[in-house]
Ligand binder design. Structure first.
Ligand SMILES: [Ca+2]
Ligand SMILES: [Ca+2]
Length: 276
């Protein structure tokens, strides 16, 4: 369990990192995009599970909002300019700022950057669903595409209106194990057909082996994602990036081409340090 001392240190010192996971074309196996994932580290370099940080942040929505804003800046700044970037957005963080006539700061960040896609997850209650709907509309108004994340994850719900509003369907990793379970295959096939007919793209997560990739190809998913492509993951480890300075205007730091390994990403660290 995360101690308050550790949590405060990680947040106050802004020890935020990013992992960029490739989203690969199922047929040609070319990297189409990256998904940016939040990473956090302690002062002595230990990794802190992101879910623990976000769980703690949900008890303080203002802090959650601030961290989300900073994380998104970091994730945008270090992204490859040659690929589409998928970013996860927390509806609770989004809901902190009301729409008061101005463009929402979390939308504003993406209006000049047409190569980004916002990932949202389904909610577990009707009131949460309202928050998601507002968020989708705010992004849609500015033509920022949305992906529905973790479709079919255990205990998740699927709202038809959200399904209709998004451009990408991202299937949870649990599908890979489910294809031989009667009923699931038909649902998956149905959703793939629905996506094809409505011009939406599909992504299957949790691809870990060549057999999984073959299966995804057979099932007709447009893109795949998972540990099978781990040698193409690009990680910017967390280190001190004191908060407000991240918001300075600066040119994007570039992640090198897709074959780069973890260690080789360190030149970008200098860029991050420079602003700190
Ligand atoms: Ca995601
Ligand atoms: Ca996911």
């Amino acid at each position: 369990m995360l101690s308050s001392k550790t949590l405060l240190d990680v947040l106050h010192k802004g020890r935020f990192g990013v992992v960029y996971e490739p989203i690969v074309c199922t047929q040609e196996q070319i990297t189409y995009a990256y998904e940016a994932l939040a990473r956090f580290t302690t002062a002595d370099g230990q990794k802190v599970p992101p879910d623990q940080i976000f769980r703690a942040l949900h008890t303080n929505k203002l802090l959650l909002y601030q961290v989300e804003l900073e994380m998104k800046h970091l994730q945008l700044q270090n992204a490859s300019p040659h690929h589409t970037l998928f970013l996860n957005m927390d509806p609770d963080a989004f809901a902190v700022m009301r729409d008061e006539g101005d463009v929402h700061p979390l939308v504003q960040m993406f209006t000049d950057n047409r190569q980004t896609v916002i990932e949202i997850i389904e909610n577990t209650s009707v009131s949460d669903a309202k928050i998601s709907e507002n968020m989708i509309q705010a992004f849609a108004k500015h033509k920022v595409p949305i992906a529905l994340d973790d479709i079919g994850a255990p205990n998740s719900l699927l709202s038809l209106s959200v399904l209709m509003d998004v451009e990408y369907l991202k299937f949870d990793r649990s599908w890979v194990q489910r294809f031989h379970v009667p009923g699931y295959l038909e649902i998956f096939n149905g959703l793939i057909k629905y996506a094809e007919k409505t011009g939406k793209k599909t992504i299957l997560e949790g691809v870990e082996t060549e057999a999984d990739l073959m299966l995804a190809r057979h099932m007709g998913a447009d893109y795949v994602q998972g540990f099978y492509f781990r040698d193409q993951f690009v990680e910017i480890p967390g280190q001190e990036t004191p908060s407000m300075k991240l918001h300075k205007e600066r040119g994007p730091a570039v992640i090198p081409d897709q074959n780069i390994l973890f260690e080789e990403a360190t030149p970008d660290m200098a860029e991050v340090e420079e602003v700190s």
